[in-house]
Structure formats: structure tokens, C-alpha cells
Ligand binder design. Structure first.
Ligand SMILES: Cc1ncc(COP(=O)(O)O)c(C=O)c1O
Length: 446
């Protein structure tokens, strides 16, 4: 069935070449399991979990039913000076899943809001403890923390930053990027072992430059997702934890992509055995069905706000922050149903298993193809990187993305990378289709 009863005159598309889109529109009108239906009636395999969101696959009845039930019970309730039962239940489930004493969940609606929320918590935390001078943030080159001014400032993807000049936060520095294209071009479920100490610059250059006593927090994605699935060197996150502890700096993990099963564990923090002070999440928490994000804080963070207000009157608010839709009951009902579904169907375990299948398939089918210079796989995700076309960065990846789409497979271009991160329900035949289509397209674009 074709759905052509819409005009494309009024929607301004995000992170999309809008001029070209109109010549070659890609419009989804339905989805089921691993597949979309397009406006012109074709089936497209979702090779990217719809931007890392749809871990359990599309149109999952338990999630839909929970949402419908919630709509008929409590559609919405104010989030300030009151809350709702679903928000408390969802927070409890999330806290139980999180490692260590990460146990206080502040909800928001997206990964970008989670980034800005965690940064504001960091500043307010230090101030509550009498260390208000700690206001420098450290991100990482090619990191992505969404599109708010805080997240953009600590983010390190040049195209996302370049037109905002002094509107970016002033007191921010960046760790160097974590990819070694010579020694670690091809990686499959390993932690790359570096000869040189990639974090030495933090201790010898960045911290002394700003003085450690001025630094509020370091924020990193445990695995750099949006830039193209770049894996941390062996021991990197543990060492980062130690350095932060030594200097009283908070460590924030942005797990908007890695959270809720992508590596086969609840969080990347579990996979790497490192507990951050704050952990940002979004996307998979509701299977992408309804926007929900949040920051899970360790007990000592929350406690500092209480202690800082110990002498304040009862009506004093400890933290002036929140969103109209923080802990929205329908989103939280979706989260509860999603997290139950992940558990009942053992989907994180399946993500780990299918990740090995995906990694094997990518390395055996794509290595050696024209222009391929790197393949990195870990958990149920992988990236293949190609040399850029001279003078036209990103063009090859975009061309391959379009071609794959027309061959019935949705992949994600990220600079010179193509990323695959299918839903956890993916099977071997679908992985073969994904990787086979990508291989054919890479050859076509030689
Ligand atoms: C690590 C990370 N942080 C933050 C975000 C931003 O999330 P949102 O688009 O929901 O604002 C993303 C989005 O992909 C992300 O990958």
C-alpha cells in the first residue's frame, strides 16, 4: 500500500541534507519486528535499531499495551512538587539495574537533556560542598553528548560545534581521541592494547593547565558511538576513574547508546567494571517508543544536595532544575514494560550472542574490500571505516547509505564510517542480509 497523502513542504529535517531528501525521500509509515514499511510500500530492514533505540524490535505489544493502559489511567501529572507512581517504579527498576551505588534517578526526555542535566548536577554538587570554583569540564575529541549548549561544548564532533563560537561554554577542554588507525584498525570484541599511555596527557597537560582543583567533571561515552563506534583502550576507563578520584573530579558516563544492553550487559559500566558518579541514559530505556532520558547519580551526589541544605527551611528546593515532562507517567510506563520485556526475553544476553555473529560477519565479509581501512566491532554494533573521497568528506558514506536503503537495508553513515547496530532480536539471516548488502554497496562505491 502506498501512503502519499502528505506534503513535504513544512518539516525541517534534523541532521539531514534537506535539499537532497526531497529528490529521494525516505519515509516510514509502519514498522514490525525488524522491518519498516515505506511510503511507497517497500520493506526495509532496520540495521540501526532506529538510531540505537529499538533494542526489542518494533511494535512490541507489551510496551504498546502498557502505554495504552497508562493513558486511560493517568495521562499526565505535574512533575514539580508532586510525582506519579510510574515514575517511582521506573526509577526503582533503573536503580536496581545500575552498578554500585548509582541509585538516584533524575528523569528528563532525551540524551541531550541528560548531558546538560548531569553537567548542572556536577556544578551544583561542587557548590553545595563549598567548591564552587570547580567549573571546568573535560570532554573528549569526537565525543557526542547531544545538541544542548552544555553537551555541544563538551562534545568533540567539529561539524556540530563550528558555527557556535563563543556561545559554547568557555571553560571546557578535551581529551585526545581514542583511535589508533595503525595498530588497531581491526578489532573484534577486544580491548585495544596501546603501547603509549593515552591518558598521560590528562595528568601532565590538561589537569595542570586548569589546575585539578578547578575541574568539575570528566564526561565520556564509554564507547564512542556517534563518531563511529570507537572502543576504549584496555584499562582506559578504570584509569580515568582513578585519576578523577585522586583529584576530586566527578566522572560522568554518557550511556545514551551503550545503556540497556548494547554490549550484552545492563550498562557499559558493567562491561568495563567501572562505576561513574553519574550515568546518562535515554533511547533504549523505552525501546525508543516514547521520549525518556535521565541521569543516575551515586548516593554521595544526592546526599551532598541534602547536606548542603541541612539548615534550610522545609520549603527550600535543593536543586533548581527539571522539565515539565520529567518522569512523564506514560513514558515511565513504557520504560517499565520495556525493561520487563528485555528481562523476560533475555534480550541483553541475546545482544551479546548476536554481537559475536555480527562481528564475525563484518570482519569476514568487509575486510579487504575497496577503501576499507578499519572495522571495529563490540557488543551488538560495528563500524566499517573507509577512506574519504578526495575533497568530498562524507560523500562515500552517504552514497553507501542511500544505496543500502534502496536495496532494503537501513545503515547509519557517520563521517567515513558506516555503522550497524541492529535490534537485539536480529537473527543470523538478517545479519547476513545486512552485511551482504553493505559489502555489495561498498564495492559499487569503489
Ligand atoms: C552518547 C549520546 N549522548 C547524547 C545523545 C543525544 O541524545 P538525544 O538525541 O536524545 O538528545 C546521543 C544521541 O545519539 C548520544 O549518542
Amino acid at each position: 500500500m502506498a501512503f502519499n497523502d502528505f506534503s513535504m513542504d513544512n518539516q525541517w529535517l534534523p541532521f539531514t541534507p534537506n535539499r537532497h531528501f526531497r529528490q529521494d525521500p525516505r519515509v516510514f509509515v509502519a514498522a514490525e519486528g525488524m522491518h519498516f514499511t515505506t511510503h511507497d510500500g517497500r520493506k526495509v530492514l532496520d540495521g540501526i535499531s532506529s538510531l540505537w533505540c529499538v533494542g526489542a524490535g518494533h511494535n512490541r505489544k507489551p510496551i504498546n499495551e502498557a502505554i495504552k493502559k497508562q493513558l486511560d489511567t493517568l495521562d499526565y501529572a505535574t512533575a514539580f512538587n508532586a510525582s506519579n507512581d510510574q515514575a517511582f517504579k521506573a526509577a526503582q527498576m533503573i536503580a536496581h539495574m545500575a552498578p554500585g551505588d548509582l541509585n538516584k534517578v533524575m528523569f528528563c526526555n532525551s540524551g541531550s537533556e541528560a548531558a546538560d542535566t548531569s553537567m548542572k548536577v556536577a556544578l551544583a554538587y561542587h557548590r553545595a560542598r563549598g567548591e564552587g570554583h570547580r567549573n571546568v569540564f573535560i570532554g573528549r575529541e569526537r565525543g557526542y553528548h547531544g545538541v544542548g549548549f552544555g553537551g555541544m561544548s563538551v562534545g568533540g564532533i567539529p561539524a556540530n560545534r563550528k558555527v557556535y563560537g563563543t556561545a559554547l561554554l568557555p571553560r571546557v577542554d578535551h581529551l585526545r581521541f581514542i583511535h589508533d588507525p595503525v595498530n588497531h584498525a581491526y578489532i573484534h570484541n577486544q580491548e585495544p592494547v596501546w603501547q603509549d599511555d593515552i591518558l598521560a596527557e590528562l595528568e601532565t597537560r590538561i589537569l595542570p593547565l586548569h589546575d585539578p582543583s578547578n575541574i568539575a567533571a570528566v564526561i565520556v561515552e564509554p564507547v564512542a558511538g556517534s563518531a563511529g563506534w570507537y572502543l576504549p583502550p584496555q584499562g582506559y576507563l578504570k584509569r580515568l576513574r582513578e585519576i578523577c578520584d585522586k583529584h576530586g573530579i566527578l566522572l560522568i558516563f554518557d550511556e545514551v547508546i551503550t545503556g540497556f544492553g548494547r554490549l550484552g550487559t545492563n550498562f557499559a559500566a558493567d562491561y568495563y567494571g567501572v562505576v561513574p558518579d553519574m550515568l546518562n541514559f535515554a533511547k533504549c530505556v523505552t525501546n525508543g517508543v516514547i521520549p525518556l532520558g535521565g541521569v543516575i547519580c551515586r548516593e554521595h551526589i544526592y546526599q551532598a544536595f541534602l547536606d548542603g541544605n541541612a539548615k534550610s527551611p522545609d520549603h527550600a528546593i535543593e536543586f533548581f532544575h527539571g522539565y515539565t515532562y520529567s518522569g512523564h507517567p506514560v513514558a515511565c510506563a513504557a520504560a517499565i514494560a520495556t525493561l520487563n520485556l528485555f528481562k523476560e526475553d533475555n534480550l541483553f544476553e541475546r545482544a551479546g550472542q548476536m554481537g559475536r555473529v555480527l562481528g564475525d560477519a563484518m570482519h569476514s565479509a568487509l575486510k579487504g574490500l575497496p577503501n576499507v581501512v578499519s572495522i571495529r566491532t563490540m557488543g551488538l554494533a560495528g563500524a566499517v571505516e573507509m577512506t574519504p573521497i578526495a575533497g568530498a568528506p562524507g560523500k562515500r558514506g552517504y552514497g553507501i547509505f542511500l544505496d543500502c536503503y534502496h536495496q532494503g537495508v537501513l545503515v547509519r553513515p557517520a563521517g567515513e564510517n558506516i555503522v550497524l547496530c541492529p535490534p537485539y532480536i536480529v537473527d543470523k539471516a538478517q545479519i547476513d542480509q545486512l552485511v551482504g548488502t553493505l559489502a555489495a554497496s561498498i564495492k559499487k562505491h569503489a
